[in-house]
Write a protein that binds this ligand. Structure first.
Ligand SMILES: CC(C)(COP(=O)(O)OP(=O)(O)OC[C@H]1O[C@@H](n2cnc3c(N)ncnc32)[C@H](O)[C@@H]1OP(=O)(O)O)[C@@H](O)C(=O)NCCC(=O)NCCS
Length: 344
């Protein structure tokens, strides 16, 4: 059976099981310490997207019908947002089928689909210790940003220290914890604080779709999209008295597909409220809430730039340890297609 592009919702239960098994074979071969994938809500995870974004899925089966590789492409901002024209790729070849052109075939299908849909740039996140680095180098992708992945192992957490940090709050502020999103009364000020991420010097060049939402309606969509994809969001906010508007936030997500792993995403404090220890207090508070809300957790991962000294200091205090680098690779779609055509 040839390489096939699937329409959203077209995946069968067998497709989902096969998709998951490729992910788990890949994980076992390339990143054995990482949690395994589950099929729980995998269909929602693979097909859910923001209203302006589009997702495309590709499956490659061999002559026996066995799935040898798959790819997903998300095209941002068909509505013309800041990320418009960028597509993000995720793909895997089953380890037993590598080195036979499966990855290149998938990449070509992805690039053709991107081109047909007006996408000019493809981006991919790659773990530095995996064979994917050689593959994307070979295909002419360039390394845009290096982020350091840090892991906090639940079993290693010093809870006394965390509880103490969570309780240390500067005068004039209060903390709230919310699951699944933030209440409407906080949405506008939350979005304002989030907008600081865009202007931070050295901020990551590529901001995944739902993280980039810096105005209230898009933010609401992004929380709903996360929930639709089986991802539970947990949020701590710092509010300034007496008006109770958001001046700091920290977000974390636990997915149904890998429920023992939490992803710590954005932490940001409005510039005029920095240096009061709010980020540390919010992050510590979020951990204490998670202890109750997600008792199955084994670890929390987060990513920082080498230059982000403040966040790195806080993470180290909380017990996060750097284990591996992640590269953001990008390629121009036209150049990639020309290169793929020359090779075959
Ligand atoms: C990256 C990956 C998809 C490549 O799949 P693949 O089917 O083995 O790739 P191909 O057989 O099509 O290889 C294409 C080219 O890349 C080269 N290549 C592949 N892996 C390589 C490696 N580890 N080092 C150097 N070159 C490599 C091949 O030699 C080949 O070059 P050629 O066309 O000149 O012969 C596969 O290694 C994988 O699934 N990795 C894990 C998933 C992952 O990390 N994905 C990236 C994040 S989305």
């Amino acid at each position: 059976m040839p390489l096939k592009q699937l329409a959203p919702g077209e995946m069968t239960a067998d497709d989902l099981r096969d998709w998951c098994s490729v992910l788990n074979d890949m994980t076992a071969a390339d990143m054995p310490g990482e949690p395994r994938w589950r099929t729980d809500r995998l269909s929602d995870y693979l097909t859910g997207s923001l209203p302006d974004d589009r997702r495309f899925l590709f499956m490659d089966r061999d002559a026996d019908g066995d799935l040898v590789g798959h790819a997903s492409l998300i095209l941002f901002g068909s509505g013309g947002g800041e990320q418009g024209g960028t597509g993000v790729v995720e793909m895997s070849t089953r380890p037993s089928a590598r080195g036979k052109g499966v990855g290149s075939r998938l990449l070509r299908a992805v690039a053709e689909c991107a081109k047909a849909n007006g996408c000019r740039t493809l981006a991919v996140e790659v773990i530095a210790t995996t064979p994917a680095v050689g593959f994307y180098d070979r295909h002419g992708f360039s390394r845009n940003v290096v982020e350091q992945r840090h892991l906090l192992r639940w079993a290693d957490i010093d809870w006394e220290k965390i509880e103490h940090a969570a309780g240390r709050l500067a005068a004039g502020y209060r903390l709230e914890y919310h699951a699944g999103g933030v209440p409407d009364r906080l949405m506008d000020s939350y979005a304002d604080v989030k907008a600081n991420l865009r202007s931070s010097p050295g901020n990551v060049a590529f901001v995944p779709e739902w993280r980039g939402s810096a105005y209230a309606p898009a933010l609401r969509d992004s929380f709903q999209t996360l929930a639709r994809r089986g991802m539970r969001s947990h949020i701590a906010v710092a509010l300034a008295e007496p008006f109770g508007h958001v001046v700091g936030l920290t977000e974390l997500v636990v997915s149904a597909q890998r429920p023992t792993r939490a992803d710590q995403y954005d932490t940001v404090v409005a510039p005029q409220h920095r240096s009061y220890g709010l980020a540390m207090t919010m992050k510590a508070r979020l951990l204490t809430e998670l202890r109750r809300a997600e008792p199955q957790l084994v670890d929390v991962q987060t990513w920082t730039l080498e230059t982000a000294d403040d966040v790195r200091w806080i993470n180290a205090e909380l017990g996060f340890v750097h284990d591996v680098d992640w590269y953001d690779y990008v390629a121009d779609v036209d150049k990639l297609l020309a290169r793929l055509a020359r090779k075959h």
